[in-house]
Write a new protein. Structure first.
Length: 416
C-alpha cells in the first residue's frame, strides 16, 4: 500500500492545513489516497488545480483522489464533475477527524461524494492544531477567514468569516516549537490584522505579538505574514520600533496605488495611507523591508491609474512584489465591471514585475559589506531578517542563526 500523496496549491495557510490533514489521514490509517488542497484566489489558480488533479490521477492509478481547499469550497460542482475525483471536501470538513475516518476502506456507512457545508456558519478556528510545519522555520495559524468583501476577492466565501485562535493557545504552541529547536516562527492567517476582534476584550494583533515576545523569551525570531497596513494597531507599531526579535519585514496587502481603483476594489485605505504607513514604519525601524500584493489590470483601470500603482512601488519603497494579473472570479462584483483586455493586463503585470526586480536589486546592492544574522534553511542557503536569500561558500549548521558578512550578489540572492 502506498502512503497518501498530498499536493498544496496557494498560500502558507493552505500549506499549514495540509500538514494537519496529513496527521489526520495518518490517524485514520489511510493509504492509496491523493489529496489536492486547492486555491481559489484567481481563475488561473482553479485552472492549475484541475491540471494538478489530472496529473496526479495519471501518476497514481487506482488511488482515491480527494479535492479540498478554497476552490473546492467555492465551486464544488466543478470538481465533482471531474471523473478523476472521488470526494470533494470543504474547508471546514477537511479539519475534522471524522471526515478522514469516513475515507477508510472499511467504512460501511453512506458517504456523499460532495461534503461541503456553509462555511459562513463556522464560528470556531480548526480544533486540530499542529505544532507548526517547515524544517527550520515554523508557521503557526492564528486566524482564519475574512469579514471584508473586496470586490475582486472570492476568498471569504472559501474561508468564511474571521475567527481567531486564543492568545494562550498560540503562546503554548510557540513554546513547544521553541522547545523542539525552532529559531523562527511565522504567524499566518487569511486576514491577520483582524486577529482578536472575535475574542473577549477584542485584543489586537500587536497585543498578540507583544505577548508572544514577552512570554516566550527563548524565541529568537518572530515574523508576521501578510497584513492590511490600514489596520496596524498601536502595539504592532510599538513592537516594530522596540522589539529586535520581530523581524523587519512586512508583506502588505496594498492591491493598487490609485484611489479610484482602491475605492472600486472596496479597499479600506487610500494611496496616501499606504505611503504614510511605510514612511512611519521605516522611521520606527530604518532597516525594515516591505513586500506587497498588487493587482495589474483591475476592471476600469486606465493607463494613468496603472501608473499610480507603478509609482507606488518606489513611493513606498517596496521590495518583494507579488504581482497578480487580474482575472475575474465568478460571483464577485468586479467580474461584472468593464474589463481590461488580456494583452494590456499582461503588459502591466510585466512592468510591475520589472519595477519590483529593480527594487530588489537596489535592496541587495545596499547589503554589500553589511553583517546580518542569517537563519540557515539549508547547508549553504539562509535568509536575512529582511527575508533576502543568502548563499554561502561553505557549509553552515542547518536551522541555526549565523552571523554573515555579505560579500556580493548572485542574481536575486546575496552571497556570504
Amino acid at each position: 500500500m502506498k502512503p497518501p500523496v498530498f499536493s498544496t496549491l496557494g498560500c502558507r495557510l493552505n500549506a499549514y492545513e495540509t500538514e494537519a490533514m496529513r496527521e489526520l489521514a495518518a490517524e485514520a490509517g489511510l493509504d492509496d489516497l491523493v489529496v489536492v488542497n486547492t486555491c481559489a484566489v484567481t481563475a488561473e489558480a482553479v485552472r492549475k488545480a484541475k491540471q494538478e488533479i489530472r496529473r496526479l490521477s495519471r501518476e497514481n492509478p487506482g488511488a482515491r483522489l480527494v479535492v479540498t481547499g478554497c476552490a473546492a469550497q467555492t465551486e464544488p460542482e466543478t470538481f465533482a464533475a471531474m471523473p478523476e475525483v472521488t470526494r470533494v471536501i470543504g474547508n471546514a470538513e477537511k479539519m475534522e477527524a471524522a471526515t478522514w475516518a469516513r475515507l477508510a476502506p472499511d467504512w460501511i456507512g453512506e458517504t456523499e461524494r460532495v461534503q461541503v457545508d456553509d462555511i459562513m456558519s463556522v464560528r470556531e478556528t480548526a480544533g486540530h492544531l499542529i505544532d507548526g510545519f517547515g524544517r527550520h522555520r515554523a508557521y503557526v495559524q492564528v486566524q482564519n477567514g475574512c469579514d471584508h468583501r473586496c470586490t475582486f476577492c472570492i476568498i471569504p466565501y472559501g474561508r468564511g468569516n474571521s475567527r481567531s485562535v486564543p492568545a494562550g493557545v498560540v503562546v503554548e504552541q510557540i513554546k513547544r516549537l521553541v522547545d523542539r529547536g525552532f529559531q523562527e516562527v511565522v504567524l499566518t492567517g487569511v486576514d491577520l490584522t483582524s486577529w482578536g476582534a472575535d475574542l473577549p476584550g477584542e485584543p489586537r494583533l500587536g497585543d498578540l505579538v507583544m505577548r508572544i515576545l514577552r512570554l516566550v523569551p527563548d524565541l529568537a525570531r518572530l515574523r508576521i505574514s501578510s497584513i492590511d497596513s490600514i489596520e496596524a494597531d498601536e502595539n504592532l507599531m510599538l513592537a516594530i520600533a522596540t522589539e529586535p526579535r520581530l523581524m523587519p519585514h512586512l508583506h502588505l496587502s496594498l492591491q493598487a496605488g490609485d484611489d479610484m481603483i482602491l475605492k472600486r476594489m472596496k479597499r479600506r485605505h487610500l494611496r496616501d495611507d499606504a505611503i504614510a504607513f511605510c514612511e512611519e514604519a521605516r522611521r520606527l525601524r530604518p532597516d525594515i523591508a516591505f513586500g506587497a500584493d498588487i493587482i495589474a489590470g483591475f476592471p476600469t483601470e486606465t493607463e494613468a491609474m496603472f501608473e499610480n500603482s507603478l509609482k507606488l512601488v518606489e513611493d513606498c519603497g517596496l521590495t518583494w512584489l507579488h504581482v497578480f494579473p487580474y482575472s475575474p472570479r465568478k460571483g464577485t462584483p468586479a467580474a461584472r465591471m468593464p474589463q481590461v483586455v488580456g494583452p494590456v493586463i499582461r503588459d502591466r503585470a510585466a512592468r510591475l514585475r520589472a519595477a519590483g526586480a529593480a527594487q530588489v536589486a537596489r535592496h541587495l546592492a545596499a547589503q554589500q559589506g553589511r553583517s546580518h544574522p542569517v537563519l540557515m534553511e539549508g547547508p549553504r542557503m539562509g535568509r536575512t531578517p529582511q527575508f533576502a536569500e543568502v548563499d554561502f561558500a561553505r557549509d553552515q549548521p542547518e536551522g541555526r542563526i549565523v552571523t554573515a558578512t555579505i560579500t556580493g550578489i548572485d542574481g536575486q540572492r546575496l552571497t556570504a
